[in-house]
Design a protein around this ligand. Sequence first.
Ligand SMILES: NC(=O)c1ccc[n+]([C@@H]2O[C@H](COP(=O)([O-])OP(=O)(O)OC[C@H]3O[C@@H](n4cnc5c(N)ncnc54)[C@H](O)[C@@H]3O)[C@@H](O)[C@H]2O)c1
Ligand SMILES: O=c1ccn([C@@H]2O[C@H](COP(=O)(O)OP(=O)(O)O[C@H]3O[C@H](CO)[C@@H](O)[C@H](O)[C@H]3O)[C@@H](O)[C@H]2O)c(=O)[nH]1
Length: 464
Amino acid sequence: MKVKNICCIGAGYVGGPTMSVIAQKCPEINVTVVDLNEKRIAAWNDKDVENIPIYEPGLSAVVEDARGRNLFFSTDVDEAIDQADMIFISVNTPTKTYGIGKGMAADLKWIELCARQIARVATSDKIVVEKSTLPVRTAQALKNILDNTGNGVNFQILSNPEFLAEGTAVDDLLKPDRVLIGGDLDTEKGKDAMQALVDVYAHWVPQTNILTTNVWSSELSKLTANAFLAQRVSSINAMSELCEVTGADVNEVAKAVGMDSRIGPKFLKASVGFGGSCFQKDILNLVYIAKSFGLNEVADYWEQVILMNDHQKRRFAANIVKTLYNTVSGKKIAMLGWAFKKDTNDTREAASIYVADYLLNEQAEIVVYDPKVTEEQIYGDLDYLGSRPDEENRKLVKVVNTAKEACSEAHAIALMTEWDEFLEIDWQAVYENMLKPAFLFDGRKLLDKHKMKDLGFKFYAIGN
Ligand SMILES: NC(=O)c1ccc[n+]([C@@H]2O[C@H](COP(=O)([O-])OP(=O)(O)OC[C@H]3O[C@@H](n4cnc5c(N)ncnc54)[C@H](O)[C@@H]3O)[C@@H](O)[C@H]2O)c1
Ligand SMILES: O=c1ccn([C@@H]2O[C@H](COP(=O)(O)OP(=O)(O)O[C@H]3O[C@H](CO)[C@@H](O)[C@H](O)[C@H]3O)[C@@H](O)[C@H]2O)c(=O)[nH]1
């Protein structure tokens, strides 16, 4: 079968970029991305393509190419479901904040709502694709909901997890290491559905990079990939603490270790701790699944990756307090960067939120500058933690428009995100405008230690 109409439910960080690339590469397929969030859809449809709701290098050009031709953004979910022969579900699956599995399991509320809506609306056969990251065996639950509608529609469920990383989403989508498609390999209908999705990706991805597996392997591979990646970051971060007490330099250790072809150089950059919407959520989910099968050793093994990450964020903040003579009360701390990594406006689970919260509990005054994150987002992130009244966050935290302004008259700077522009800062001028001693804490190992020390900074970097 040839796919003619695709619908994607969820116009977020995954649905938006993924569907834009599919539409650009498959001009004969109509792609409609739908969302309940009217503001988000309006932003995707904004006349000025620079105002689309997600910042990703190269994304606006892709959207401009396809939007209005075969790429559409809409809030009419029913209509798009009705028209589609293939439906991607790309809604959020955050960690549950209530009930059984609170703080661990993935909240599948939005997934189930999608399934019920598809079941209610569909009058013709559909291929339903899990694009969201889901616990292994979710496809079974989806199938149960879809198959119990009694309207005779045939649903094929595929798992097609997304591996893009934010900040490089467009590149990752254009040149994926692999595309993974899980489906029912035992039936002709299952195989046909898989082939239909393979044919979509084959417009631009070499066949050798398109991997087909059974559904459960596909679902579990996504959680496994994120667990392995996060584990590397926690491993090097654990070493960074050991480096700090032994005189080793974590960058040198990472380079030496990464040159072993069995280990490889990627994801060995020590940092103030990994953030982002995926790593923590997906590992907690993995831990929960392992525990629910009684596999306690497996669960404990992976949980340690999260515990190490929490420790890394906490000890970075604690080191600031300790170094500033054991008190930051009433002191101005400039935070450079708020996003969880460079080249994205996403702040979900960013280390900066937790470091700021720690410092605010110590009564610091914080001034934040991030080139892509809005003031509203920063206050929202702090308010969400509920550590203090919202008004207090507005009183103690200021958000400014330049790094220079943030650092002026500061007691200390905490570099939280590795934005390229922080390399271009006139650090001499920054030094001159700070209170002395001028403390600089580099949570990303971005800056040149010798240069910063020569300028006069009291300089501290992770793992050094
Ligand atoms: N962010 C990433 O880099 C990334 C990468 C790979 C996989 N994932 C996974 O992809 C999924 C989506 O992540 P995201 O970052 O795009 O989330 P997101 O929160 O940015 O987007 C999800 C969107 O779905 C919409 N939505 C929720 N329920 C809906 C419904 N019933 N009908 C219509 N719209 C609905 C929300 O309004 C929201 O705009 C998650 O499972 C995530 O784990 C994310
Ligand atoms: O060597 C490294 C690499 C990353 N990080 C940090 O780890 C976090 C996650 O970074 P990254 O993985 O690059 O971004 P994400 O967008 O979270 O992407 C991850 O999560 C996605 C959602 O599941 C997956 O699709 C991607 O494959 C996976 O890399 C960020 O805070 C990074 O700063 C480090 O500290 N050191």
